[in-house]
Design a protein around this ligand. Sequence first.
Ligand code: MG
Length: 413
Amino acid sequence: MKPVPFNWNSSFELSTIGSVRDRGISKNTLKRLAILGSTGSIGQSTLSIVEQFPDRYQVAALAAGRNVDEAFSQAARWRPRVVSLATEELAGELAARLRQSGVTGIEVVYGAEGTVTCATLPEADFVVSAIVGVAGLEATYAAILAGKPIGLANKECMVAAGEILTRAARERNVPILPIDSEHNAVHQCLRVGAHAEVKTIWLTASGGPFRQLPLDQFAGITPEQALKHPTWVMGRRITIDSATMLNKGLEIIEACRLFNVPPSQVRVTVHPQSTVHSLVEYVDGSILAQISVTDMRLPILYALAYPERPASTLTFDLAALRHLDFEQPDFQRFPCLRLAYEAAERGGVHCIALNAADEVAVEAFLERRIPFMGIPRTIEKVLASTPEAHPATIAEVLAADRQARQMACGLLG
Ligand code: MG
């Protein structure tokens, strides 16, 4: 069956764009993946998709971090051409273990350069960018320059360097397919309309664990309470970011960059069931929503298979669905949302500072050095002391990121 042709106008084509089909990758062609962040939760979910669709996907490269045990078992199972670890020492350890087990033909590299080697490997047809934080930025950019279609799970890349990444992707007709569940949902809903027909992109938010907590109790929130997310199981920083709703703030910026819309066209609705992953409202009054199981394997599969939709077992039980709630977010209890809109409006260095200051502040909160509401306070101060600037290169982005981190550290003492 032939996939339905796209109806995206040039504005969308400028953002996430380009059909994989147009690039000559057809249905029965095996895709060889480079997975950046293979030992993290998105990386592992990606490998479980590869496991389920062995005739569609193969593993060409794995960029792991510091988890040598997991990297070893992944390398032994998937036999990629290259594996990268964080340091030379860890790479040496992995190489020795592979040798001892009689696993040959795998090149082990390391560091930022190693990640770039994985991202630009000539044998790789598709890059899954799932390294958390700006650590994944250089490799993601290198992959775009090398013309690799990207499945993007790393929202910090889009927040910090969205202008640069989307420009490079546009120039090379490289598709960037969002794996972040909300943006993935938006991408799906946008396929039926044109850019000029979009009124509002509605990002859904679970509201986190403190959705109903009275404002006067926010001062006493502990890291243990904040680490309990009601619907998604995720990493530590993103779980805290969900509790402050800064995560949704980053996603507002991510949506502006990916879909080429101003912040005023991106809104947040609190939807505690996390069943509708996001919505697109069109100018005629129609609202399209994407509903599916709360399982990251689905957006990963969508990104890997785009523009096709392979049959999967990730079914959603519509009969179990009782009701859907949508509420206005409370900007008073969640000042991070307001800060994110401000950063989104100013763009450039302010988006970088928002992300960097938050990462530093979240760490301080987890170490019990600042209270929960100290996170937005720190971000606000850093944003206020950041002069307007628009980095033009990845090096400038990384420099601005370091500067914002230093400023946040300085404020926290
Ligand atoms: Mg998300």
